[in-house]
Write a protein that binds this ligand. Structure first.
Ligand code: H2U
Ligand code: ZN
Length: 358
């Protein structure tokens, strides 16, 4: 007699049965276990972050007029402010070179630059609490950085991102993001580059153009959409409330957005970040970042602008998902389905819980 489990008696159902989902942007798979959402939890409960902050903090190295670790003094900026990271992980003057004394021992020099971008002079705000014109100024600052840093001959890719919240490793609550620019393509970007390229070759259409249209048509994973952008919980989402913000038109990078599209992106960013804060009535932590056309001078018709939000929270302001055990050693896994997460986010108000009635 076989020791294997007996054959299933019911037809495969995505809402009930454990299954694997494919991420066509990276070629990775993840395990989804929808039957497991009622599992009791006696694990870690983290303290909720404090809810009030001053508009100006004399000890904050990002507030206007304050001195940073380098000794430099921040200007009295009125909107956004960019500076080169005083502890940059990448340096522009790193000499090119390889180290390969054996095929099992390989290294390559990497050069580049790291910058910090303050979103607002106000210490107490986040993107979710800024108005759309203020968010549009942040996008304009990103565009300016893409134009300036992206034009450098030693820069092949500019990664724009934000770590928000202590849970995601942000060292300071002052609203800010970062920009790491490298000579070569970072690994996630390389995977997405290959996938988008292969899709265009095979289908003669763009992967994310097709995906955005498909999700808008099906609706079940859409959180929000305006004329230029859609926010969805992607079919292959890994983090509980992960979202993908995707341009509806075929646009390669932030540099290519006109004023209308910038306003629409600001609106979409506000919509998703407000809903995130409203979900557990807390300042919702996440890592987010844009993926866009490399700046190494290549031709990239297959690249389609999008942003990923990877938030760690699972069921409250204090209970997060951990990527441990099976996920580190085998395959990443989630419990609630992408469709359930999208329905919850979609159902939330777009008025911030600290600014109005929900
Ligand atoms: P994070 O909060 O995501 O860590 O970003 C803040 C960055 O600010 C961090 O990378 C830099 C740190 O290196 N920093 C400065 O450049 N100057 C300072 O005076 C303190 C921190
Ligand atoms: Zn500050």
């Amino acid at each position: 007699m076989s020791t294997k489990d007996s054959a299933p008696r019911t037809a495969f159902d995505l809402t009930e049965h454990p299954h694997k989902r494919y991420n066509p942007l990276t070629g990775e798979w993840l395990l989804v276990s929808p039957h497991r959402t009622k599992r009791p939890w006696q694990g870690q409960v983290e303290d909720a972050p404090p809810e009030t902050r001053p508009r100006y903090d004399p000890d904050c190295y990002l507030c206007p007029g304050n001195t940073r670790a380098s000794g430099e003094v921040n200007p009295q900026y009125a909107h956004t402010f960019v500076f080169t990271n005083d502890f940059a992980a990448l340096l522009p003057d790193t000499p090119p070179g390889t180290y390969a004394p054996h095929p099992l021992l390989r290294a390559e020099a990497e050069s580049g630059t790291c910058r910090v971008l303050c979103f607002s002079p106000r210490h107490d705000l986040t993107l979710a609490e800024m108005d759309t014109p203020a968010i549009a100024r942040v996008i304009a600052a990103w565009q300016e950085q893409m134009r300036e840093v992206g034009a450098r001959p030693d820069i092949g890719y500019v990664q724009v991102f934000e770590n928000k919240g202590a849970m995601m490793g942000a060292s300071n609550p002052h609203p800010h993001g970062q920009l790491w620019a490298t000579r070569t393509l970072p690994r996630e970007v390389e995977k997405e580059d290959a996938a988008q390229h292969a899709y265009l070759e095979a289908h003669k259409s763009c992967l994310l153009c097709d995906y955005a249209a498909l999700e808008l048509e099906r609706g079940e994973r859409v959180v929000y959409a305006n004329a230029h952008f859609a926010v969805v919980v992607p079919f292959w989402a890994l983090w509980p409330f992960e979202t993908l913000l995707v341009s509806r038109a075929h646009v390669g990078g932030l540099r290519d957005l006109d004023a209308d599209a910038v306003r629409a992106l600001a609106d979409a960013l506000r919509q998703i970040t407000v809903r995130y804060d409203n979900l557990f009535r807390t300042s919702f932590p996440y890592s987010m970042g844009f993926h866009q056309t490399p700046t190494d001078g290549g031709v990239y018709p297959h690249w389609h602008l999008h942003a990923h939000f990877y938030p760690p929270l699972l069921r409250s302001a204090t209970v997060r998902k951990f990527m441990v055990g099976y996920e580190m050693l085998a395959t990443p896994q989630r419990d609630i389905t992408a469709e359930q997460a999208a329905a919850r986010l979609r159902g939330l108000s777009d008025v911030h819980y600290r600014q109005g009635q929900i």
